[in-house]
Design a binder for this molecule. Structure first.
Ligand code: NAP
Ligand code: GLV
Ligand code: GLV
Length: 322
């Protein structure tokens, strides 16, 4: 008897091949995800679920799947979409895909930082709208990066990869990450500080913490008020780490110079969101890990998590092991 597995979107084929041998696969084929009702139907009777960060894996869904469910493998490193307490109670293993997306996501954070600061999207629009009439001494200026300070909230895998990039650009790093035991990383000119210092010293602030009860709305009006008016915020973590109304106010009033967001709250961002009216904001559709290589590796890791979980073995990339 093969294991019954639901995959909530199409994933790279090598991972599908890996699973096919031992599993009956039900893979959702459409571009848009299944509705909640269909999702609840699809998971019924399955032993493994390979899920996306955009799927809400809550108690109701785990219950709808049934007691035979053994493993949920999230196709992401973040797992804030999964109710871990419910999974623990139900004896369901949960896995994620850490590490393989670290450089890819750090690249995107860096790309957003550079694009906002050097006004790449505005410049492109300026050219296409036939505004480019001459070279201009004051045209589309940003801020120098060499010699400046980047603040990083969440100094884990991706946060450190961003600090390494910053060092290459001649910058220094201050980071806020309570459980980090090293006070400094001299090779990257990086220093541990408290949150207020991180906010106040940063010329550029990049978020790399997970979304949890401590980090939800961490970058709120009060935090933004501590930042330099010339600072730029980059968020490739999770949208809900930032209070988006407060961010809009800060950007609109000139209390903050710009923002690059790969994640929003909610996702997708509604087209009438006022943030989309601001020229100093760049928004990408949650593409931090979107390279061919990384997405293939993530799929393989998720598939391995499924296979091990189905056999009742320890997951190779566990978040929660019952
Ligand atoms: P990671 O290695 O676990 O790093 C996260 C760091 O944040 C850890 O050092 C963690 O400390 C720290 N942290 C936890 N709570 C914090 C708090 N309250 N304040 C400050 N720091 C805190 O994870 P990662 O692989 O770097 O990924 C980080 C996050 O990026 C993921 O959770 C995900 O949400 C997001 N992400 C987004 C994309 C995208 O496509 N945009 C791609 C990949 C990842 P502890 O280890 O002690 O908890
Ligand atoms: C992407 O956001 C991830 O958490 O992998
Ligand atoms: C700019 O293009 C310069 O030559 O300074």
């Amino acid at each position: 008897m093969k294991y019954q597995v639901f995959i909530s979107r199409r994933i790279p084929s090598a991972a599908v091949d890996l699973l096919r041998e031992n599993c009956d696969l039900d893979m959702w084929q459409e571009e848009l995800p299944p509705s909640r009702d269909i999702f609840l139907e699809k998971v019924r009777g399955k032993q493994g679920l390979l899920t996306m960060l955009s799927d809400r894996i809550d108690r109701g869904l785990l219950t709808a799947a049934g007691r035979q469910l053994k493993v949920v493998a999230n196709y992401a490193v973040g797992y804030d979409n999964i109710d871990l307490a419910a999974a623990r109670e139900m004896g369901v293993a949960v896995g994620n895909t850490p590490g393989v997306l670290t450089e890819t996501t750090a690249d995107l954070a860096w790309a957003l930082l550079m694009a906002v600061n050097r006004r790449i999207v505005e410049g492109d629009r300026y050219v296409r709208e036939d505004c480019w009439k001459t070279w201009g001494p004051e045209l589309l200026r940003g801020y120098e990066m060499a010699g400046k300070t980047i603040g990083i909230i969440g100094f884990g895998r991706i946060g450190k990869a961003v600090a390494r990039r910053a060092a290459g650009f001649g910058m220094r790093t201050v980071f806020y990450s309570p459980s980090e035991t090293s006070e400094e990383f001299p090779e990257w000119n990086a220093l541990k500080v408290d949150l207020d210092t991180c906010l106040a010293t940063a010329d550029f602030l990049s978020l790399h913490c997970p979304l949890n009860e401590q980090t939800r709305s961490m970058v709120n009006a009060e935090a933004l008020a501590r930042m330099k008016p010339t600072a730029i915020l980059v968020n490739t973590a999770r949208g809900a780490v930032v209070d988006s109304r407060a961010l809009y106010q800060a950007l609109k009033s000139g209390a903050l110079a710009g923002a690059g967001l790969d994640v929003t709250d909610p996702e997708p961002i509604p087209l009438d969101d006022p943030l989309l009216e601001l020229p100093n904001v760049i928004i990408t559709p949650h593409i931090g890990s979107a390279t061919y290589e990384t997405r293939a590796k993530m799929a393989e890791m998720a598939a391995l998590n499924i296979l091990h979980g189905l056999r009742g073995e320890s997951l190779p990339y566990p978040v929660l092991q019952p």
